[in-house]
Design a protein around this ligand. Structure first.
Ligand code: ATP
Ligand code: MG
Length: 411
């Protein structure tokens, strides 16, 4: 894409009330726009990152048998009443409204109940199991505070997966396969080394749930970790009992700040029982259904990556989710630049070409702020030296390579 055609521009400023680093950077670089506290629009550059994260998540979900659907944001009250979760005292983030005829509706902050009610239509006999459904959905939550930029939105994108099974062993095996798939996602976006599967509060059905916590100062949680043993415990459940269960001592654990990028729950059979959702076995007898619920905060993950890899000049996107792979900067030499652009694009490499009539310093500063992994400069000077100057965003050194070697260098 030609940067002269990109309607967004970088800016020096960000809204005064924006205290989080991820939102400051993303707003300045033109990836997002702040609509109000905790509510952001995703602009072309930001949307490209979101879509890439979604593709990685989709790939991992499809590999373990997930089938993608999309539920509605408007939800009927009755489906939540059946499990006692319509009450604001139980769920304190509800946005609610009503139809013209007075019928109350809720805006989806989660989809366990609506999806489960929908699945009831299709999952009847034991032969219909297991079933794994997932979606990417905009969740709406009336969060008390929204000071963490896109890491805590009142409107945000979540991937949520739900598993239904009548066989407990298979249900638990699937739960474990989600742990692996989730860690694959976090590795693929570059956060594998600092993301821990963390013992956390489980709710009514199991003692613990598992959170995926990424170590970052930008997070809102505290966890205790033991790096060598790969054990992590959320401070909310950090006590002698859990330490004994995991075979570690308090002194081996280090307290760190972290962000919850994912959370998985085993509901056992309780949720489906509550919703009067049963199947029949081979003799036609009624049997219970196990439910698992698995979430990844897509936009929160983007915020964590934006902050974690940033330096004093701007963002540094991992290649897997960068909005473009190459930032081509032409300083004069438009004909050569056009050739490079056409050639790389044809080879399937995504190029943002800064073809604007601007000073070199401005182009470099914008390039550092936007954070595309490879910077390729074509200028009088580079041509005289033998081609283009190529540099990785996170490295100081650059080198001159021949134009025909760019794609090899990148791959
Ligand atoms: P938190 O404790 O941070 O409020 P939660 O435990 O309420 O999150 P879940 O219901 O477990 O969140 O949602 C699944 C995932 O969605 C979370 O692990 C997180 O990554 C993401 N998420 C939750 N709330 C938000 C939010 N307000 N903005 C962005 N992402 C969110
Ligand atoms: Mg959670």
């Amino acid at each position: 894409m030609k940067q002269s055609k990109l309607f967004t521009k970088t800016s020096k400023d960000f809204p005064k009330d924006e205290v989080s680093k991820n939102a400051q950077l993303l707003i300045k670089a033109g990836f997002i726009n702040k609509e109000m506290a905790g509510v952001y629009a995703y602009l072309p550059l930001g949307l490209r990152v979101i879509e890439k994260i979604k593709l990685i998540v989709k790939d991992e979900m499809d590999k373990i048998g997930g089938q993608e659907i999309i539920m509605s944001s408007l939800q009927p009250k009755e489906v939540w009443e059946s499990t006692g979760r319509w009450s604001d005292a139980v769920v304190d983030v509800w946005f609610k409204s009503s139809l013209k005829n007075g019928t109350e509706v809720g805006f989806g902050w989660s989809h366990e109940e609506p999806i489960t009610k929908m699945m009831k239509r299709f999952l009847i006999s034991y032969r219909d199991f297991p079933a794994y459904t997932y979606q990417f959905q905009t969740k709406l939550r009336n969060e008390l505070r929204a000071k963490s930029g896109i890491m805590r939105g009142r409107e945000f994108v979540m991937k949520d997966l739900y598993s239904y099974d009548v066989d407990e062993k298979r249900h638990l095996a699937f739960y474990d396969s989600v742990k692996v798939a989730y860690m694959n996602v976090f590795k693929r976006v570059g956060l594998g080394d600092i993301t821990y599967i963390t013992f956390a509060a489980g709710g009514a059905f199991t003692k613990y749930s598992h959170e995926f916590q990424t170590i970052t100062e930008a997070g809102e949680d505290y966890i205790y970790i033991n790096k060598e043993k790969g054990i992590a415990i959320n401070e909310e459940v950090f006590d002698d009992t859990v330490l004994a269960e995991l075979g570690v001592t308090k002194s081996e654990m280090t307290k760190v700040k972290s962000a919850e990028v994912g959370n998985i729950f085993n509901f056992g059979t309780a949720k489906c029982d509550d919703m009067n959702f049963f199947a029949t076995d081979e003799n036609g007898e009624q049997i219970s259904i196990y439910l698992g619920s698995y979430g990844i905060g897509i936009t929160r993950l983007m915020g964590v990556v934006a902050e974690h890899f940033a330096d004093e000049k701007g963002m540094v996107w991992p290649e897997s989710i960068a909005p473009f792979q190459v930032h081509l900067i032409s300083l004069g030499k438009d004909e050569e630049a056009q050739k490079i652009y056409d050639d790389l694009t044809e080879k399937g490499i995504e190029v943002l070409w800064d073809d604007r009539d601007a000073r070199a310093g401005e182009k470099f500063a914008d390039s550092d702020l936007i954070g595309i992994p490879w910077r390729v400069v074509v200028s009088e000077k580079s041509m005289a030296a033998g081609g283009v100057e190529i540099k990785k965003r996170d490295l100081a050194e650059s080198e001159i390579i021949k134009i025909e070697d760019i794609d090899k260098k990148i791959k």
